[in-house]
Design a protein around this ligand. Structure first.
Ligand SMILES: Cc1cc2nc3c(=O)[nH]c(=O)nc-3n(C[C@H](O)[C@H](O)[C@H](O)COP(=O)(O)OP(=O)(O)OC[C@H]3O[C@@H](n4cnc5c(N)ncnc54)[C@H](O)[C@@H]3O)c2cc1C
Length: 304
């Protein structure tokens, strides 16, 4: 097993991790970012990123993350594709284990983000990759001109439903309440794009032979159950934080890791940034904010 020593190790190359790397490297820290997939984190799923300040006109999420990566590397950060299986601390040194290499550092940043939740209904797992998807950018093009359904009521669901109207003119969004919780402008754009809303409705089951063919829907107001023909179901109903590497840290009721305003956790030298952290608003701009603050605080911590 190789061993390598850095000042600052960051786990996760989403916007929080890459912003932290850029600030740390530019500030003179020897810094590495480890990421299991290198696909840009959740931003890799965004078809049209239109709310990042200064990024105008809008851009594809993957292209934006490629630029962030290049910028961090230009300042001297190293970015390595590697899944981190565990972290440990001995005296004042963190030990970060990947399949090929063990990394040592005095400061560590967890920027592991969040992953989508599943509906947990019959047929959902069976038809994943055969009609059921959690990523419109990745799988939308397979359903050109087809009957597409989206589930959810937040920003992600409404934005991705809008994106899917570029692929099919038959897009319906199913929401269990009578109004969307997404930002007003996002909802208006979706409705103007021709997405059909189905309020007060839930998906009870995904049905088909070898691929998704019907959805069983329940009208929550009347209790009426119907089966509707469908080719695709895109699910955007929420996220869960990826905290398994640091299960020992204090978390809020929803499972997000608690930090102070410097992104420092209860363990000295251990910082947390981005969607995995307890905070009121999870966006790219807030992830980037966390990453920059964590790098700055890590630098101060190491100077001590
Ligand atoms: C469909 C969708 C649309 C969205 N649209 C917008 C939008 O329009 N505007 C906006 O501002 N925000 C949007 N968001 C939210 C935004 O993408 C997130 O707030 C942001 O990506 C959070 O960044 P992050 O760096 O904290 O985490 P993530 O982007 O989740 O990145 C975390 C990274 O950590 C890596 N990782 C996790 N565990 C390990 C491990 N053990 N070892 C190695 N690597 C690991 C993952 O591979 C991943 O690359 C959207 C999200 C989704 C899902």
């Amino acid at each position: 097993m190789d061993t390598r020593i850095f000042d600052y190790v960051i786990i996760g190359a989403g916007p929080a991790g890459l912003a932290s790397a850029q600030y740390a490297a530019r500030g003179g820290l020897l810094c590495v970012v480890l990421d299991a997939s290198m696909s840009g984190g959740q931003v890799g799923q965004i078809s049209d990123l239109e709310n990042y300040p200064g990024l105008f006109p809008s851009q594809n999420g993957s292209d934006f993350m490629q630029k962030m990566k290049e910028q961090a590397e230009a300042f001297g950060a190293e970015i390595v594709e590697a899944f981190v299986s565990s972290i440990d601390k001995k005296d004042d040194t963190f030990i970060v284990t990947t399949r090929k290499t063990i990394y040592y550092a005095k400061a560590l940043c967890i920027a592991t983000g969040a992953v989508h939740t599943e509906l947990g209904i019959p047929g959902e797992e069976k038809f994943q990759g055969r009609g059921v998807s959690y990523c419109a950018v990745c799988d939308g093009p397979f359903f050109a001109g087809k009957k597409i359904f989206v589930v959810g009521g937040g920003d992600s669901a409404c934005s991705e439903a809008t994106f899917l109207t570029n692929i099919s003119d038959d897009v319906t969004i199913i929401h269990r309440r009578d109004s969307f919780r997404a930002q007003k402008a996002v909802v208006e754009k979706m409705l103007n794009a021709g997405v059909k809303p189905l309020y007060d409705t839930v998906v009870r089951e995904v049905l088909g032979e070898n691929k998704l063919e019907w959805l069983m829907l329940e009208d929550l107001k009347t209790g009426k159950v119907t089966e509707v023909p469908a080719d695709a179901l895109f699910i955007f109903t929420g996220m869960v934080p990826k905290t398994s590497l640091v299960d020992m840290l204090p978390k809020d009721d929803a499972g997000y890791i608690i930090t102070d305003e410097n992104m420092m956790t209860a363990m000295p030298g251990l910082f947390v940034a981005g969607d995995v952290r307890s905070k009121p608003f999870r966006q790219i701009v807030t992830a980037v904010n966390d990453g920059a603050i964590a790098a700055h605080a890590a630098q101060k911590f190491l100077e001590k």
